[in-house]
Design a protein around this ligand. Structure first.
Ligand code: DGI
Ligand code: FE
Ligand code: FE
Length: 191
């Protein structure tokens, strides 16, 4: 599928705000892809679709996960985590997208995962740093994203994990695995 076929689809399925966020993620991700020489077409498609299911009702997402045999353990965690997996399933089975990196970039854009490839990293980072995001310390992450994708992803976890903990939110194990993986890559200082 081409981006020109995807844009009307996401526009129809999303609120105006969410559609505009998606457009900003596409632009941010494309810039990162160019800098880091990552496949632009895959990055564009994945970032366009990353929040495809974000505006669905909680009951719809839950039923979709049950009906399509998506990892049911997700239902034990925050509903914010569901839209990414439902969106990736929709992209694969309804839109016929088969590229694994593209599908994983959609599926793991909320939590990250261990062993993210560059396409996944670009979408994960672009979602966090798109220009409308106002998060303390975000400019340091924006600068790092131009230099080093792994280090930028690590900065995101260093901001988001303490935030989730401050809210006493349950942290999804995949999020911790993603963080641990990035630490292993650069060498654990405490071992
Ligand atoms: O869909 P977006 O708003 O663009 O961004 P996103 O898909 O990264 O979703 C962010 C939300 O997901 C935010 O409210 C925090 C939440 N989240 C991410 N990881 C975890 C989490 N919530 C819990 N409880 N646990 C997590 O591990
Ligand atoms: Fe999302
Ligand atoms: Fe998003």
């Amino acid at each position: 599928m081409k981006i020109n076929d995807i844009l009307p689809l996401i526009k129809k399925n999303l609120s105006k705000e969410r559609y505009e966020h998606s457009l900003r993620v596409i632009e941010t991700a494309k810039k990162l892809a160019e800098i880091h020489r990552v496949d632009i077409d895959k990055v564009e498609l994945a970032s366009a679709l990353h929040d495809y299911s974000k505006c669905e009702e909680e009951t719809y997402l839950k039923q979709y996960i049950i009906d399509h045999n998506i990892d049911s353990d997700l239902l034990n965690y925050n509903k914010e985590l569901w839209h990414s997996h439902v969106g990736a399933h929709y992209a694969q089975f309804t839109l016929g997208i088969s590229d694994h990196s593209t599908l994983n970039a959609i599926k793991y854009h909320t939590t990250g995962r261990a062993h993210m490839d560059e396409i996944e990293l670009v979408v994960f980072i672009a979602d966090f740093i798109e220009p409308a995001r106002k998060i303390p310390g975000i400019d340091i992450i924006r600068d790092m994203a131009k230099k080093d994708l792994h280090e930028a992803a690590l900065l995101i976890f260093k901001a988001s994990l303490p935030y989730l903990i401050s809210l006493e939110a349950i942290v999804y194990p995949g999020t911790i695995e993603a963080y641990n993986d990035l630490i292993k890559l650069k060498g654990d200082k405490y071992l």
